[in-house]
Design a protein around this ligand. Structure first.
Ligand SMILES: Nc1ncnc2c1ncn2[C@@H]1O[C@H](COP(=O)(O)OP(=O)(O)O)[C@@H](O)[C@H]1O
Ligand SMILES: [Mg+2]
Length: 263
């Protein structure tokens, strides 16, 4: 059976879709059979980030309504065992029941090593639907107080689901601010929230540009390296964490941080 992981957050716009697409790509590049599911019924960010939105003839709602076979609603990305089931575009989020969604994920579980579900923003029905289909959760936050506060609320809700594992991904961390102590440190966020870090992802324009081009998997910058490390942690159970402050330490680092401040 697959390992099912929901990628969630309290606050919207912190990087759930980017992290889901990035982790999926990193797992699949290691030969791991991975299915990504867009839990955001009504919107379709994940297939846009991966550039497959025009290839989708059927979606999750069509499968549930019996309009197509499951395999017809799953697209493979080129060159690796990465698959995506687009979210339901034409239906209302409320029409997809948690029990039906869970049953669908259960059916798919025999065919994949990992199923990652990009959770919709907020803590409404879509949240419950996505979380109740998973045994693991990754909570994405940024090092901003409002995002951490919302992550805390979501963690409280998640603790009621009896999940097997919950970990944190701190996204958009600026190493230059970190060395100067001008941003919340991910280690402190982990301590405050009382959950372990799965990864730290630096602020990186490249991943943002590639996401907008529908090519998250093609990004090669620091964020990609960091997400790769997090994917390896998922597979090995280790906790190797990217250090976004490294290149800003020492004399050269101080110059880099100074230049960044002027940029
Ligand atoms: N590490 C990062 N560095 C720079 N931009 C990022 C990073 N992570 C996400 N973004 C950008 O932030 C915005 C929101 O990310 P997204 O993944 O869509 O968030 P969510 O799914 O939580 O709403 C997007 O424009 C995305 O490209
Ligand atoms: Mg999203």
């Amino acid at each position: 059976m697959s390992n099912n992981i929901v990628i969630t957050s309290g606050k919207g716009g912190v990087g759930k879709t980017t992290v889901t697409a990035g982790l999926g790509t990193a797992l699949a590049r290691r030969g791991v059979n991975t299915l990504l599911i867009d839990g955001d019924v009504g919107l379709n960010n994940l297939d846009v980030a991966l550039g497959v939105e025009n290839r989708a003839a059927y979606d999750m709602a069509d499968v549930m309504a019996g309009k197509c076979r499951v395999a017809q609603a799953i697209l493979q990305l080129p060159g690796m065992p990465l698959y995506i089931m687009p979210s339901a575009h034409a239906v209302d989020s409320g029409q997809i029941k948690a029990a039906d969604f869970r049953a669908l994920i259960g059916r798919l579980g025999g065919s994949f090593d990992y199923i990652l579900i990009d959770c919709p923003a907020g803590i409404e029905g879509g949240f419950h639907r996505a979380v109740s289909a998973c045994e693991y959760a990754v909570v994405v936050t940024t090092p901003h107080i409002s995002a951490v506060r919302d992550a805390d609320k979501v963690l409280t809700l998640l603790s009621g689901y009896g999940l097997r594992g919950i970990s944190l991904m701190v996204n958009r961390v600026r190493g230059d601010l970190l060395v100067r102590g001008e941003t919340l440190a991910p280690a402190d966020i982990s301590r405050i929230l009382r959950y372990p870090l799965l990864g730290i992802v630096p602020e990186d324009d490249e991943i943002s540009v590639y996401a907008q081009l529908g090519r998250v998997g093609a990004a090669e910058g620091a964020a990609k390296t960091a997400i790769d490390m997090a994917a390896a942690n998922i597979l090995t159970g280790e906790q190797r964490i990217y250090d976004p402050a490294r290149k800003y330490r020492g004399v050269l680092g101080a110059i880099r941080a100074g230049l960044r401040r002027r940029a």
